[in-house]
Design a protein around this ligand. Structure first.
Ligand SMILES: OC[C@H]1O[C@H](O[C@H]2O[C@H](CO)[C@@H](O)[C@H](O)[C@H]2O)[C@H](O)[C@@H](O)[C@@H]1O
Length: 618
């Protein structure tokens, strides 16, 4: 069985990610891409679904771990009776060589250095790779301290400083060794396509460690945020950066699949894709942090993904812009803490979610406002998107939460975002003068009128006077945390009486132990059995609303609490159960880290007396 998800640390090279448990077990790794088949899938199963452990072969007295400052280099220190040992885990980042026109995305190494600190500690390395998400036993060839593990198109070259002892029956490579104070013993695992020759030499672990540390420190050093939550913000930004796919600029929602929203439940989804919503919010957090290069790479990714036919815009894509993300179940995996089914692919990819048009245009507006140069022809898809919104905004949809109960409702948040789509297009023309060459005067008149029509409709049908709140959908009494975004989007000021009473209603009716649920599952709106925990980004949105109306002490207290829910190395999953005191859902989740970065910025800005949202519309 896997460890609890909070026990995992993330290492990554900006093409893929590995999760290492507190006890040195690499239990999740997909190669060569973040959405490729896993070769270690114990996270969702058992030992025989694949892992690679390095740990003391003797009783551990204490254990401590941390990231090296401002990096994704993870250190775990074990104290044992005979001495102390440090395990240093990392993946050298995928970067462009100076003279290359493309990124090196073929090389993927996991490097684990065992460093003796005190005395002598007996150690054990145990590698059991299972390709195809834990199902396929590889063909192993082994000599001395080197081995290759091959399965179909994929192969791994494994190098150990101590001679390997293959267990052919269990298709497992073990080695026992001892590490003395001052010794540093490198293990490397390198992916290569199986039709090519295995690399002639293992990578130079020490050289790669130095390069990796330099790379991340330089990156983290560019963070513009200097406020009270600096360390937490930098850790979140590093985590978000680890969720980017450097060769294309794509950003995934999380590096895992099927970590459950309810233990033992069926709410288990694959998040290794680029949602326009999650990616645009990630980008927003990166831009706030000062990372405009990533913003530009994602904006360009977005244009490639959507520009062909904006009316066919999908709500999510693969990291290279793939369209088909068919959802299937993997019945051989028992699931994290028996939460079945394990799914790959995501059936929501062909849903109709009206909010994405607003998210895309909001990002293009922000990117322009941050000074990113527009791509040639950016305006063509914008015109088509707004024209599409004009035709479609009155249709029901599946909404921000991707309900699986069908398109029946007019979600308030969806309508809000159609207003955002039209508003940002209008403002890009009015404020930046973009699109001038398209002779948009006629459209501009029409779009202004459309924006007003949506605004009046939303105020009239989205605000429920019985409940005293903007509710989940038109005509419904149900609460929904997504309406907390109304002030962020500049639709109404946070201190508008309708927002104040909405916040009060959510505090009263949609929280557990002070943390916010996205909606009440009991209404059956999502078409799924079971329940879920509090959804972390929604609590950040509540803190933002507090900050925006000057309830700064409450905002800070809530942010401090949310920061305290991170695991020991600063990582957050999608949800948190106050009853179980456990994180739940995919891990680490971009949404939650986005929330942390944005809320820290908003509070700091408000403390400094600055405005944080766009001007109010109503
Ligand atoms: O709750 C049902 C849905 O859950 C997932 O969607 C959630 O995660 C997405 C990625 O972070 C996010 O964009 C969305 O707003 C969340 O509701 C799942 O991906 C869906 O397939 C599922 O229907």
């Amino acid at each position: 069985m896997s460890a609890p998800l909070e026990h995992y640390g993330l290492i990554g090279d900006t093409t893929t990610v590995g999760l290492v448990s507190r006890y040195g077990s690499l239990d999740w790794l997909c190669l060569p891409r973040i959405d490729s088949d896993a070769c270690f899938a114990k996270l969702l199963g058992r030992d025989d679904h694949g892992y690679w452990t390095i740990r003391p072969a003797t009783a551990i007295r204490t254990l401590e771990r941390r990231y090296r400052r401002d990096t994704l280099v993870l250190e775990t220190e074990f104290a044992c009776e005979s001495g102390r040992v440090r395990l240093i885990d990392f993946m050298p980042p995928c970067v462009a060589p100076r003279d290359a026109t493309r990124l090196v995305d073929e090389a993927h190494d996991v490097i684990r250095i065992v460093e003796g600190i005190e005395g002598e500690v007996p150690m054990h390395s145990d590698l059991r790779a299972r390709f195809g998400y834990g199902r396929v036993i590889p063909w192993i060839q082994c000599a001395g301290g080197r081995a290759t593990l091959t399965s179909g198109p994929a192969a791994l070259a494994f190098s150990s400083p101590a001679s390997l002892d293959p267990d052919w029956n269990a298709a497992r490579l073990e080695t026992n060794f001892a590490v003395r104070a001052g010794q540093r013993l490198p293990f490397t695992l390198t992916f290569y396509p199986s039709h090519e020759l295995a690399p002639a030499h293992p990578v130079d672990a020490e050289q790669e460690l130095a390069r990796t540390e330099r790379h991340w420190r330089e990156w983290a050093g560019r963070c513009r945020y200097q406020g009270r939550w600096h360390d937490a913000v930098v850790r979140s930004l590093l985590t978000l950066k680890a969720l980017t796919y450097a060769p294309t600029g794509g950003i995934v929602a999380a590096p895992t699949t099927s970590l459950p929203e309810e233990l033992g439940g069926v709410r288990n989804w694959d998040y290794r894709y680029c949602w326009l919503r999650d990616s645009t919010l990630t980008l927003d957090a990166l831009m706030r942090g000062g990372y405009l290069e990533e913003a530009q790479a994602w904006r360009d990714w977005l244009m490639r993904a959507v520009a062909g036919a904006p009316a066919q815009l999908q709500i999510m894509y693969g990291v290279a812009g793939e369209h088909r993300l068919t959802e299937i179940e993997l019945p051989w995996l028992p699931g994290y803490e028996e939460s079945r089914p394990v799914r790959i692919g995501n059936g929501a990819y062909d849903q109709f979610q009206l909010d994405v048009y607003g998210e895309v245009l909001n990002t293009l507006y922000d990117a322009h406002a941050h000074g990113l140069p527009d791509l040639p022809h950016t305006w063509d898809p914008i015109v088509e998107i707004v024209d599409f919104v004009e035709k479609s905004w009155q249709r029901p949809d599946e909404g921000i939460w991707e309900i699986r109960g069908g398109k029946q409702l007019h979600f308030t948040h969806s309508k809000l975002m159609t207003w955002v789509a039209v508003d940002r297009a209008v403002r890009m023309i009015e404020e930046f003068g973009v699109g001038g060459q398209h002779r948009l005067e006629k459209r501009l008149q029409r779009w202004r009128a459309l924006r007003e029509e949506i605004r009046l409709d939303l105020l009239d049908r989205g605000f429920n006077t019985r409940v005293g709140a903007f509710t989940q959908s038109y005509g419904s009494d149900a609460l929904d945390a997504s309406v907390l975004l109304i002030p962020h989007m500049g639709f109404l000021a946070a201190d508008d009486p309708r927002m104040l009473s909405t916040v009060a209603a959510i505090e009263k009716g949609l929280t557990r132990d002070g943390l916010v649920l996205r909606y009440a599952t009991e209404t059956g709106v999502d078409g799924l059995p079971g329940d879920e925990a509090t959804f972390l980004i929604c609590s950040f949105w509540l803190a933002d609303n507090y900050a925006m109306v000057g309830r700064l002490d409450e905002a800070e207290a809530l942010l401090d609490r949310l920061v305290s829910l991170r695991n020991d190395i600063g990582l957050l999953a999608e949800e948190y159960s106050p009853e179980l005191r456990r994180q739940l859902g995919n891990f680490p989740q971009a949404f939650s880290h986005i929330g942390l970065v944005n809320t820290a910025h908003i509070i700091e800005a408000r403390r400094a007396g600055k405005e944080v949202s766009l001007p109010s519309a109503a």
